[in-house]
Design a protein around this ligand. Sequence first.
Ligand SMILES: [Zn+2]
Length: 128
Amino acid sequence: MAAIIDVRGNITVAVFSPRMVWLWEWMCLFTGLHGLESPMMLSGARTEAEQQWLRKCWDLDMGFGLSYRPALDSKHIPDEHSMVYAFDVANAEEWCLNIGLHVSKNFVNYEWGGEWDRPDVRHFEERG
Ligand SMILES: [Zn+2]
C-alpha cells in the first residue's frame, strides 16, 4: 500500500482512487502545457482523528489553510478499501478558480468545491 504525503507533513497509508489519480495527472499535464504552476497537494488522505483535529482547529480559529469546517463524512477519509476520493491543492486562489472551472465544465466525474454553497476552491472530489 502506498503512502499519501501532504504539505502539512501528514503521511497516510492509503491510495487515491484511479479517477483521482487521473485528475492529478491531468492537472500536471494541463498546467505544464499552459505554462501554469504545477498542482501542489495541500491535503490528501486524513484519518478520522486528523479530521476531528482539523474540525477543532476550525472551531478555535487556528487556520491551517482551511476554508471551511471539515465534514465528518469527508472523502478525504479512506474507505474500507483504504481508498481516498478527494484532495485539496495548495495553489493560489486564482489558480484554483482557473483549474476548478475547467474541471467542472469538462469532466462529469468530479465535483469542485468552488461550486458549493460555501465555496472551498481548493477541494476536488470524485462524484458518487
Ligand atoms: Zn478538501
